[in-house]
Write a protein that binds this ligand. Structure first.
Ligand SMILES: *[C@@H]1O[C@H](CO)[C@@H](O)[C@H](O)[C@H]1NC(C)=O
Ligand SMILES: *[C@@H]1O[C@H](CO)[C@@H](O)[C@H](O)[C@H]1NC(C)=O
Length: 336
């Protein structure tokens, strides 16, 4: 889907500096517009991040955010989200959230209405309902169809290894199998078509916030949580340095805290695009075949992105909005 959105005019040179600023992963233009609108109407950077993510949850961006996408091995959709206040370093996150559509709203409620940072699973759903979020079925005809076709295909592809019966040919239930295959085997290519909305917002005063929302990985094992709701992995923000957000193979990327790494490199003086490149390179050193991208912005409103080049993934697209862009503008970076 990201390849089909080429209608947006490039107004600024990549990396240009102007505050306030919104940057988000993928060509999720409506999300960028919603985040920008929040800032323009007097909202905080947290409001901008929440609105941007919320827009994608409602629009089911690419089927990879919000309800009705990425059914797990039982056919259920569950959601992960994260929000970070870079001024106070307050963080709220929710993972494996079931039956509640507004994951980013629940993440913000965790931040603002508890002293915790991360709530998960059924207990997170109970918390959300207590906080007034409606319980709804996240299943749609589309996610039912995805699940039915996966069952008909013998539960292929899936995320199992070293179990019996052979997960490459059979459905479960699985038991531990003999032996162990090399741990660097990348996930099957057709499981890689999952993205995440990650939003960075910086106010005119340099207040920084970041957040993510996703429905995780298609056909994931129930209970699986990726990088998106993990602070420092899916996103990171610190008003004294900048912000970053990541998208891609979360199971792999979360091992390297790419968003934290990028923000720390910017704190040390790295340009945003160099910080993003270094974060991708760190993961690539161990997993050359990983699918992923990182967006970065520093406190003066400079920004950049980087991605790992793969067959079929030569470029990564992201959205930028600032006073200079006069509306959401599509940016593209060549992967390396
Ligand atoms: C879902 O599928 C059912 C049966 O095929 C159909 O009756 C219903 O209108 C569909 N709903 C949507 C929202 O497409
Ligand atoms: C942000 O990055 C730009 C280069 O892209 C650099 O010129 C600027 O000094 C950086 N700002 C801060 C606060 O480090």
């Amino acid at each position: 889907m990201w390849t089909s959105l080429v209608c947006v005019v490039l107004v600024t040179s990549p990396g240009g500096a102007s505050l306030p600023l919104v940057v988000n992963t993928w060509p999720f233009k409506e999300a960028a517009a919603a985040a920008w609108e929040a800032l323009q109407s007097g909202g905080s950077v947290l409001d901008a991040v929440e609105r941007g993510c919320r827009r994608c949850e409602l629009d089911q961006c690419d089927g990879s955010v919000g309800f009705g996408g990425s059914p797990d091995e039982t056919g259920e959709t569950s959601l992960d989200a994260l929000i970070i206040n870079g001024d106070t370093m307050e963080v709220g996150a929710v993972a494996d959230l079931r039956r509640v559509k507004n994951a980013i709203g629940v993440a913000r409620a965790v931040m603002e209405r508890t002293h915790h940072t991360l709530l998960v699973g059924e207990s997170a759903s109970a918390f959300a309902e207590d906080m007034g979020f409606p319980a709804e079925d996240l299943t749609t005809n589309k996610s039912k169809g995805l699940y039915t076709r996966w069952l008909q295909a013998g539960c292929q592809p899936n995320y199992r290894q070293n179990v019996v019966p052979d997960p490459a040919t059979s459905c479960g239930p699985y038991r531990p199998g003999p032996g162990r295959t090399p741990h660097r085997r990348p996930p099957p290519t057709d499981l890689r078509a999952h993205d995440t909305i990650g939003v960075i917002a910086i106010s005119g005063k340099g207040q920084v916030a970041a957040g993510t929302s996703t429905n995780g990985a298609n056909h994931k094992i129930p209970g699986r949580v990726g990088d998106s709701p993990i602070a420092g992995a899916g996103a990171y923000a610190d008003s004294s340095a900048g912000a970053a957000a990541a998208t891609g193979d979360g199971d792999i990327m979360m091992r390297f805290l790419p968003s934290f790494l990028a923000v720390e490199l910017m704190r040390g003086g790295a340009e945003p695009s160099a910080a993003c490149t270094a974060a991708v390179a760190r993961t690539k050193r161990h997993y050359p075949e990983f699918f992923g991208a990182v967006i970065c912005a520093n406190t003066t409103g400079h920004y950049g992105a980087a991605c790992n080049k793969l067959p079929g993934f030569p470029k990564f697209s992201y959205m930028v909005v600032s006073a200079e862009t006069r509306g959401p503008s599509l940016h593209t970076v060549d992967c390396f």
